[in-house]
Design a protein around this ligand. Structure first.
Ligand code: FEO
Length: 168
């Protein structure tokens, strides 16, 4: 059985994941405005991934015989100033999410709640990928700069990203 504290933290993670979706959608809106549709697509797909993550927590809580709690959150930041700012904020955000997932895992281990440990392992692995992908794009962006041909090449590449839950 889930302890009260672990259940509360799992529920909070639903909110964090839905907030992440909103945050990335706000980033997509900036890129849309800048006519960088490929970058916008990258963040729209990222937002879909985050909703998928939220629903994994939702289903897990239900599978444990508990009721998932859906809470609200603050408005995400907008008025971004550059693509580089966005990718560094996205990387910072993913690092925060990784620390939340690590805290959840520590709690599950303290509770010796093996279903949670097994469930959370997927997220531990996922966060390695999430941080790596944001970090790689931030570095590529720094290399090509905000203007010129390079950013358009990157935009075309990111336009091809699609969401496939099986790959997540
Ligand atoms: Fe759900 Fe990007 O971590």
């Amino acid at each position: 059985m889930l302890s009260e504290k672990l259940l509360m933290k799992l529920n909070e993670q639903i909110t964090h994941e839905f907030f992440s979706a909103h945050y990335y959608l706000a980033m997509a809106a900036y890129f849309k405005k800048e006519d960088l549709d490929g970058f916008a697509n990258f963040f729209i797909v990222q937002a879909e991934e985050e909703r998928f993550h939220a629903m994994k927590f939702f289903e897990f809580i239900n599978d444990q015989g508990e009721e998932a709690i859906i809470s609200g959150f603050q408005n995400p930041k907008r008025d971004f100033e550059s693509a580089e700012e966005i990718f560094s904020l996205a990387l910072e955000h993913e690092k925060l999410v990784s620390s939340l997932i690590n805290d959840l895992m520590e709690l599950a281990q303290e509770d010796k709640h093996y279903p949670s440990i097994s469930f959370l392992q997927w997220f531990i692995d996922e966060q390695v990928e999430e941080e790596a992908s944001m970090s790689k794009l931030l570095n590529q962006l720094r290399r090509v700069g905000e203007k010129g041909h390079g950013i358009l090449m990157l935009d075309r590449e990111l336009g091809a990203r699609t969401f496939s839950p099986e790959a997540e």
